[in-house]
Write a protein that binds this ligand. Structure first.
Ligand code: SAM
Ligand code: DTB
Ligand code: SF4
Length: 321
């Protein structure tokens, strides 16, 4: 696999937009079935009250946001939600918890049960629970966890401007532990937080240099939430979103590029360009973790209009080193 330098990634990012989209679409077609888009379903199993200071996040206890704090859901509730998601066409279920890290307690045992329950439905199960030790990663893998989401969020240089309660190194360590346990890695970030283009490139550079590269890279447009330090950020221009998705597709041609948070402020035309540029997954359902997402029916209309079909579970190959 090609080793990209930052300068090369920047050159890709800065290509004339339509040329960039064309090249990304071409790369996309080499390793993916164009027109297939995975529907993933997000469920916040433990909401709010988090000890971290991630400047974008409505779930940090220290910011005063209008979210409903909720302790860990029951296994039954998670079972019902995943059944509903599966019936609606989702092939991946992603469980999110507002934790700094996983602790070895009853709540973790409950999450392991949730993973087993969903796994038995032939859905890909993904969790995003904060930092993990090697042992905890192993337990999740043994329970049948398919993927672990742990975003690096931005460049190493900008990271400290967004989060101070943990380091970039901490993030990379958890990703290592996930790999050691044999699970697939989902790691990406957010644009629109006030970062420079170089920071976006720095983030992609870090991701391309992981060996193996992540099987899944979510690109989130910041959803500015009242009460968080980033509440006043302007919505990122769709052209930046398209450039970021296209560049991710070109530098990591095997990976699943996820058009994640931020779709509510994008038109169908803008999203169509993102699919053209290689986005192969969305989170569908009226809510992301705590913020609104396009209505499910509207997304299905979009699939019909654009001729997209939902991707089946486990249809993507693991990325080789
Ligand atoms: N607490 C765990 C962690 O931080 O890894 C898991 C949950 S956390 C909410 C998952 C990811 O959601 C973050 O890494 C961030 O990339 C994304 N996220 C959170 N708030 C967001 C926002 N307002 N806009 C866009 N993405 C956001
Ligand atoms: C990811 O990169 N984006 C998703 C998923 N991984 C967990 C989360 C987006 C959260 C957006 C803000 C919210 O709804 O709270
Ligand atoms: Fe906590 Fe995760 Fe939100 Fe950061 S992103 S405040 S770790 S829930």
């Amino acid at each position: 696999m090609k080793n990209w330098t930052k300068a090369e990634i920047l050159d890709v990012y800065n290509k004339p937009l339509l040329e960039l989209v064309y090249e990304a679409a071409t790369a996309h077609r080499q390793f993916h079935k164009a027109g297939e888009v995975q529907i993933s379903s997000l469920l916040s199993i433990k909401t709010g009250g988090c000890s971290e200071d991630c400047a974008y996040c409505p779930q940090a206890a220290r910011y005063h946001t209008d979210i409903k704090v909720h302790k860990l859901m029951s296994i039954e509730e998670v079972n019902t939600a995943s059944e509903r998601a599966k019936n609606a066409g989702a092939s991946r279920m992603c469980l999110g918890a507002a934790w700094r890290e996983v602790r070895d307690n009853k709540d973790f045992d409950k999450v392991l049960e949730m993973v087993k329950t969903i796994n038995a439905k032939e859905m890909e199960v993904c969790c995003t629970l904060g930092m993990l030790t090697e042992e905890q990663a192993k337990k999740l893998a043994d329970a049948g966890l398919y993927a672990y989401n742990h975003n690096i969020d931005t460049s190493e240089e900008f990271y400290g401007d967004v989060i101070t309660t943990r380091t970039y190194e901490d993030r990379l360590n958890t990703i290592k532990n996930v790999r050691k346990a044999g699970m697939t890695v989902c790691s990406g970030g957010i644009i629109g937080m006030g970062e420079s283009v170089e920071d976006r490139i720095g983030m992609l550079f870090t991701l391309t240099n992981l060996t193996p590269q992540p099987e899944s890279v979510p690109i989130n447009g910041l959803v500015p939430v009242e009460g968080t330090p980033l509440e006043k950020q302007e919505i990122v221009p769709v052209w930046d979103m398209v450039r970021m998705i296209a560049t991710t597709r070109i530098v990591m041609p095997h990976t699943s590029v996820r058009l994640s948070a931020g779709r509510l402020s994008m038109s169908m035309e803008a999203q169509a360009l993102c699919f053209m540029a290689g986005a192969s997954s969305i989170f569908a359902g009226d809510k992301l973790l705590t913020t609104p997402n396009p209505a499910f029916n509207e997304d299905m209309d979009m699939f019909n209009i654009l001729g997209l079909t939902p991707k089946a579970a486990f249809s993507e190959k693991k990325v080789m080193a």
